[in-house]
Each structure stands twice: as C-alpha cells, then as structure tokens.
Design a protein around this ligand. Structure first.
Ligand code: ASP
Length: 539
C-alpha cells in the first residue's frame, strides 16, 4: 500500500450525497418508513466501529515503524500538536465572534419589555413590571425544564444539582453550628457570673442540646458534600486530560474504545521495536501486513458506504421527526443552529482552507473534494472515531498524503483535535448565557467569555470521538461560566443535528493536519521505507 495515486470509488461521493439527500427526504416525508432503516444503519456503524481499535493500534505502530527512528518524530510531532492546539483555539475564537455578532440567544421580546418597564411610570410601570416578570419566569421555566433526551447529559446534570444542594446544606449547617456555639458560650458566661440562676441553667442546657443537634447536622452535611464530590475546577480538568492518556488495563481501554491510552501504548511499543533490530523482524513485518489487510477491509466497507449512510441518516432523521425534534428547529433554535453552522462553515472553508493553502501551497478545494467521502461519513455517523477508517483511506488513496503522516496524525487527531466541537461548545455556552443572564441580571463580561474560551478548548480535547460527546463535556464549560447546568436543556433538542456538522469539521480539521505534517515530513526527514527489513534478516 505505498501507491499515492488516487484510486477507486470514482462516483462514490455522488452516491453518498444522493444517499444523504434521499434519507433526509424520507425522514421528513415518511418518518415511519425511515425508522425501519435504522437497523441497517446500526450494522454499518458497528462495522466501522469494529475496525477502529485494531486499525488504530496497527496503523499507529506501523506509522512509527515506518519512521525507522523515533527521534524523527520530533519535528512532525511538534507540528501536529502545534496544529491541533492553534486550530482549536482559532475555532473557539470564530465561535465566539459568530455568536456575539448573530446573538441567537438574545430575546427581543424581553429586551422590549425591559425598555418598556424602564420608560413607564405610574400605574403603567406596575403593569410593565408584571409583564417583565412573567416573561422572565417563562424563560426560567424553559431553562429548568427537565429534559433527558441524552441520558449521559441528564445524569451529569443530576449529579451537578446534587453537588450544588449539598454545598448549600453544608453552608447552612456551618452557619447554624456557629450560632449554636456562640449562644452556648454566651449562656455559659452568664451562668458563671450567677451560678445559682435557674433560668440561666435551663438556657445553658437548651443551648447545649441545640449545639448537639447542629453538630450532628454538620457531620451529616460534611459526609453528604463529600459523597456529592467537589466542584470541578480548571486544575481538575487538566488533571483529567492527563489521566486520559493512560490506563491501568489496556483491554478495558480497548473494550471501551478509549483510544488515547491505546495510541500512547502503540507509540511506545513500536518505538521500542525500532530499537531492537533483527530480533523483532517477524512482529514488525506482521504489524505492517496486518495494517495493510485492515486497510483493504476498509476499502471493501467503502463500497457499501452509500447504503449504510442512507440507513443511518434515514433512521436518525425519521426518529428526530417522530420525536418532534424537527419542528423544534423553528424560531430561536433555528437561528441558533444557523449561527453554529455559519461558524463551522467559516472555520472549515476560510480558516482551514487558508491554513492548508499557506502550508502546502496546494488547492484546498481539491483537497476538500478528495476528503469529501470522509467528511460525509462523519456527518452521517456523528463520530470521528467511527469515521477514522474512512478518513485514513481517503487521506492515503485520494488525497495522496503519505501513509506515515496519515497513520501518525489521524488517529491522534480523531481523539484530541476537535475544532468543530470546540467552536460549538464556546458558541453554545454564550448562547445559553445570552438567554439566561438577562433573567438573573448577570453581565456577559469579557472574563466570562475568556473563561468559556479556555474551558471550551479543554472540553473539546477531552471529548471522545463518539456521538454527542461534546454535550457531556459542555457541562464543564457551563459550570466554569457560572451558568446552571440544567440550562443544557436549551440546546439538547437540536444537538443531534449540530453534532453531525461539528463532527464533519472535526474530521476535515484532522485531515488538513495530516496534510500539513506530511509537508514537514517530506521536506525535512529522510524517511525509511515502511516495514523496513533489518539488515541481514530473512523473511
Ligand atoms: N461527535 C463528535 C465527534 O465524534 C464529538 C462531539 O460530540 O462533539 O467528533
């Protein structure tokens, strides 16, 4: 598999586009029929997922082995990490700018009511105040509305609520205890002065028993707070990201599709192999061959992609239609969707195109066309990890990116480089703030925006490449911005759709990264051939 010429699957992109359009149409006009295709979609998704773990392990290992000497990883490695971080930050900035310009969360009705209240006086003012309050209550109810269409997110919200309650109870217990201690001390001092006073004696007894009760309540509150867990700060998020790199059980990581520890292990394992020479020739060659076989398997899967994608999209849109989620897209939610999609479009077609052109001096439109099957698959599966086999296939066979860069940059990118998710998290958090802050009287300050930018970047790195993972890490962003986590209900209903768009951008962002790192590799490093036979070794 060393040929670089684009090959095969000539009309596949058109078939995939037709499949997506047809599936959306069926989902819209005949949802009952559309959901019947769901099982086909699941089969296709499982087939893709089935490839991910072996492909990640084998391709990362064979990528490292292809380098010949791991010290050569330095420059491309630094480029890849630099690329991941800078494009994620750029995406967040685009998201923030978009949402601040388009203001999808600003409620015109509320603003008008506020202005009316401020302008009115006399009896009019009372009426305007009532109207304003009613409007605020309505928004508040919407924020607090229970919405568990995403189980993970609902669980996380519940946990966070319990944590908040426990903190409140703890605060109250501390106050009660301090009052009880003071009252007791006062009563005891008074009793010391006149030890025979029966009333004072009674007072001391009462104060003692009150302190006892407060003591018990305090102990209970402490235990409850401990159980609910501490409030997560920025340090904890960084710590979590660090911990995500390793695992205490490689098989568990594989079973749960935790790709990061598998990648770390594969890099180190293959790096060790490169230092062991002839002794490990058999295993080195086996890794290369297994990787080639897996890639051929992916090529085979590509042939059924249009059917699989049709089933996946029809099933999802059909379901969304039956659950009333399509109708949800009117009004404010529609404008919010438009804001996010405009931001994502800008990032993909302006920022990433420009970066691609600057670094490779090649035509980004051609590159996008070459990667389009992967981008469309990402849209259909809403999972960067599931799309990874196809992204790799397109990168090598259609876009002509070298196997070494592809194997090294794409698996890592699919797990940690999520431009679309970062943009979405930042913009969605501001959208929620735009809705929520006016009713609490809070201001959307620069500090809040910066906090959102930082946490959105980290949350995107921490999000797994699976459907709606960004929704769960979104809670970190809301928390940091001082927004109620239950406000996630405001964006839940349309997340299934936005997830598709952001995953497509995640996938395209990874591909541009692979192309850029490829340029660096070709320029600087003398690379050895894939699965190079150690000197003197025989097959
Ligand atoms: N679904 C996205 C992905 O796999 C992650 C997210 O929820 O944003 O890339």
């Amino acid at each position: 598999m060393s040929e670089k010429k684009p090959k095969g699957h000539g009309k596949l992109t058109y078939y995939i586009i037709a499949a997506i359009v047809g599936a959306i149409a069926i989902g819209y006009f005949a949802p009952e029929l559309a959901v019947k295709f769901e099982v086909g979609g699941e089969v296709f998704l499982s087939l893709l997922m089935m490839m991910v773990v072996p492909l990640v392990v084998m391709s990362v290992m064979s990528g490292i082995l292809g380098l010949g000497d791991v010290r050569k990883l330095g420059k491309p490695g630094a480029y890849a990490i630099g690329y991941y971080i800078s494009t994620t930050v750029l995406a967040v900035i685009v998201g923030l700018i978009m949402v601040n310009i388009m203001k999808p969360g600003v409620n015109k009705e509320l603003e008008a009511a506020k202005a009316k209240y401020e302008a009115a006086d006399g009896p009019e003012r009372k009426k305007a105040e009532a109207e304003l309050k009613a409007l605020k209550d309505e928004i508040k109810a919407k924020v607090e509305e229970k919405n568990d269409s995403n189980e993970e997110a609902a669980k996380a919200v519940e946990k966070q609520k319990k944590r908040k309650e426990a903190i409140e109870v703890h605060k109250k217990a501390v106050e009660d205890l301090s009052i009880a201690v003071k009252t007791l001390a006062k009563a005891e001092t008074a009793l010391k002065k006149s030890p025979q006073d029966e009333t004072l004696k009674m007072q001391v007894e009462t104060a003692k028993s009150e302190k006892d009760t407060a003591d018990k309540a305090f102990a209970k509150a402490v235990a409850q707070k401990k159980k609910a867990g501490e409030e997560k700060g920025l340090g904890d998020i960084l710590e979590n990201i660090l911990l995500m790199l390793v695992t205490n059980n490689l098989f568990k990581a594989a079973a749960e599709m935790n790709l990061l520890p598998l990648i770390v292990f594969s890099i180190i394992f293959a790096a060790m192999l490169t230092t062991m020479g002839k002794k490990v020739f058999a295993i080195t060659r086996m890794i290369g061959q297994a990787n080639d076989a897996l890639m051929s398997f992916v090529m085979l899967l590509m042939n059924i992609a249009p059917v699989g994608i049709f089933c996946l999209v029809a099933g999802k849109f059909g379901h969304a239609n039956l659950e009333g989620k399509l109708a949800e897209m009117a009004g404010q939610q529609g404008y919010y969707i438009l804001t996010i999609i405009t931001g994502l479009g800008f990032h993909a077609f302006v920022t990433l195109f420009l970066i691609y052109w600057l670094f490779t001096k090649k035509n980004p439109i051609t590159f996008f066309k070459n990667m389009s099957q992967a981008v469309l698959t990402a849209f259909s599966t809403a999972s960067s990890s599931a799309t990874l086999p196809i992204t790799m296939e397109c990168a090598i066979d259609k876009a002509g990116i070298s196997e070494k860069s592809t194997k090294f940059v794409l698996p890592l990118g699919a797990t940690i480089n999520m431009d679309g998710t970062a943009l979405y998290e930042a913009a969605a958090a501001i959208f929620i703030a735009q809705i929520y802050f006016p009713i609490t009287g809070q201001e959307l300050t620069m500090t809040t925006q910066v906090t959102i930018a930082i946490t959105a970047t980290l949350a995107a790195i921490g999000a797994a490449g699976i459907p709606e993972a960004g929704l769960v890490t979104m809670l970190i962003v809301l928390n940091a911005a001082g927004l109620p986590v239950e406000a996630i209900g405001l964006i839940l209903m349309v997340d299934w759709l936005l997830d598709r768009f952001r995953t497509a951008v995640n996938c395209f962002g990874d591909s541009v990264g692979a192309a850029i790192v490829d340029g660096v590799m070709e320029e600087g490093d003398e690379l050895l051939n894939d699965h190079q036979e150690p000197e003197g070794a025989t097959a």
